[in-house]
Design a protein around this ligand. Structure first.
Ligand code: GLC
Ligand code: CA
Length: 564
């Protein structure tokens, strides 16, 4: 594989609204981020992805952009942004912005002009279609609930398409003029010194233009719009063109958000000829999912987690590096999801961290993950801001769950779990703001915060630093980044184990994914323990010589990396 500058790096996602507020208005901002760059540098972060900070009415928290060339005043000014780029550069850090071009906001100038004249130039920037006698053109359901079609105000039988909220009209990528506008905007940002973009909902840009009905998958008579994506042909042409015209001239780092793609097409997305540098690995996030809604989703089983991660890496490692995540701004907290309830401790959090850091790929942390932030506690549905949680709550109520039950259901999956303010210290509002935070802080901030963990031996934060250092270690780094991932101890329940192997080293990674001791045969001769999530533990003492080899006893949720 051809080596790329970013392969050995560590990336970190900032959700600006909840990261650090510098002026007491309760909303995180760019100056807040600048003030924390040294913290991130010390953690070992190289690449920072910012969720959208463009001008927006915030129907979907900035993923509804009304001006791609402006910073929303809630976050600061363009001067602040320039300063952030400069300060990052001084520290050898790279800034990646969010590119949301499947749709824009209904407040964007283009859509406003389309409303005035749907048959004119800007009408062609969107998908505007005639309905069936005042009914939508087809039965697709939007990701946030309800039809993907919304009536154009003032017209009886004219609709526009929106895969997400109705305030997020989809942009018509079939129109070369629109595509040029987007490439122009990308180049404008790249000229400013960005390292690249994270591409939002990017597989959605290609539609199946037949706009046909599919069999209904819920009682509402509609079907998931994701079904359409399976029939849409030709997204790669758009993506290749965008790469050529906008990204390649700047050697941009690009990372795609795509859920519904065909695994056998991996080479079209990443690697030498892929249209992106990397894509997020969402395979584990789909475990337990259900088309019906959150009320029908199942908790994640540790063995399913292992099998899913393993399979995904074995498929992708021949081609390139996917980005490893346990959470992001659209997901509940990873520790609350992938560690069984009641067993979430610093030890088990570090096990999950170790696994994520040692699997093949680019580690992509989400703010707060490095201190083991957990899901929050919602008193009532009015504590929730997220548009998709509110829809899921409605769905659960419709299914007959009472208010308490419906709240418990959505609390497990709500995107707001990840959007509560970053927990910096144990002062009021977790040190995030001097004002009132736009979303309530997690009540556990007094126990879980950066100030407590910095420099404390055994903390989750210090463990992440250790794992990040290993990735950059002059001796072992290459093996951690490029070493082949080979399953080990296959068939053992609740044991997640594999090797990372190259010409120089073989590293054995073992995680005892349960709350009990277990003894395993040491099939290999270990030279050295490189990582152990029980810091005070002398593991050699628990290696037992038996007749034909060695036995090792692992403690609950113990995680080790051993050189063989
Ligand atoms: C992506 C974003 C999510 C947003 C959606 C629509 O999935 O990550 O936050 O709601 O796209 O833009
Ligand atoms: Ca602010």
């Amino acid at each position: 594989m051809k080596k790329k500058w970013w392969h050995g790096k560590t990336a970190y996602q900032i959700y600006p609204k909840s990261f650090m507020d510098s002026n007491g208005d309760g909303i995180g901002d760019i100056r807040g981020i600048i003030g924390k760059l040294d913290y991130l540098k010390d953690l070992g972060v190289d690449i920072i992805w910012l969720s959208p900070i463009y001008q927006s009415p915030f129907v979907d928290q900035g993923y509804d952009i009304s001006d791609y060339y402006a910073i929303d005043p809630a976050f600061g000014t363009m001067e602040d942004m320039d300063e952030l780029l400069e300060e990052a550069k001084k520290r050898d850090m790279y800034i990646v912005m969010d590119l949301v071009v499947n749709h824009c906001s209904d407040q964007h100038e283009w859509f406003q002009k389309a409303l005035q004249d749907p048959y004119g130039e800007y009408g062609k920037y969107f998908y505007i279609r005639e309905g069936k006698d005042g009914q939508p053109p087809c039965n697709w359901r939007s990701y946030f609930g309800g039809s993907v079609w919304e009536k154009l105000p003032g017209y009886e039988n004219l609709f526009y398409l929106h895969m997400f909220a109705k305030e997020q009209p989809d942009l018509n990528w079939e129109n070369p003029k629109l595509r040029e506008e987007i490439y122009k905007m990308i180049r404008w940002w790249m000229e400013k010194g960005l390292a690249g973009f994270r591409l939002d909902a990017i597989i959605n840009i290609k539609k199946d233009l037949r706009f046909q009905d599919f069999p209904a998958d819920r009682e509402d008579g509609m079907c998931s719009a994701a079904l359409m994506l399976q029939n849409a042909q030709g997204v790669h042409e758009f993506l290749q063109e965008m790469k050529e015209k906008a990204f390649a001239p700047y050697q941009a780092f690009t990372i795609g958000e795509l859920f519904d793609f065909r695994e056998e097409e991996m080479e079209k997305y990443i690697g030498e000829n892929g249209c992106f540098e990397s894509i997020f690995d969402f395979a584990p996030h789909l475990i337990g999912g259900n088309q019906k809604g959150w009320y029908a989703c199942e908790p994640v089983d540790p063995d399913a987690y292992r099998d899913t991660v393993m399979r995904s890496k074995l498929t992708s490692q021949k081609t390139g590096l996917m980005a490893n995540i346990i959470e992001n701004h659209d997901e509940p907290r990873g520790v609350s999801r992938y560690i069984p309830e009641g067993e979430v401790t610093e030890i088990s959090k570090k096990m999950l961290a170790g696994l994520m850091m040692m699997t093949y790929g680019l580690p992509f942390l989400y703010q707060g993950q490095e201190i083991g932030m957990t899901n929050t506690h919602f008193e009532s549905i009015s504590d929730i801001n997220d548009i998709s949680t509110i829809e899921e709550y409605r769905l659960a109520r419709e299914q007959g769950f009472d208010e308490r039950e419906a709240l418990d259901i959505v609390a497990k999956f709500s995107r707001d779990n990840a959007r509560t303010p970053m927990q910096w210290d144990d002062t009021e509002h977790a040190g995030f703001t001097d004002g009132t935070p736009w979303l309530k802080e997690n009540p556990n901030y007094k126990e879980i915060n950066v100030a407590d963990q910095e420099g404390r031996e055994g903390s989750v934060l210090e463990f992440y630093k250790e794992m990040i250092r290993l990735r950059k270690d002059p001796e072992y780094g290459n093996t951690v980044v490029y070493g082949e991932m080979i399953p080990a101890y296959e068939g053992e329940k609740r044991l997640f184990a594999f090797c990372r192997k190259d010409e120089d080293h073989t590293l054995l990674v073992v995680a005892n994914y349960q709350n009990e001791d277990r003894t395993i045969p040491m099939e290999f001769d270990s030279k050295k323990i490189l990582v152990n999530n029980y810091p005070e533990d002398n593991i050699e003492k628990r290696v037992l010589k038996v007749k034909d080899g060695w036995l090792l006893t692992l403690r609950p949720y113990q995680f080790i990396v051993a050189e063989l």
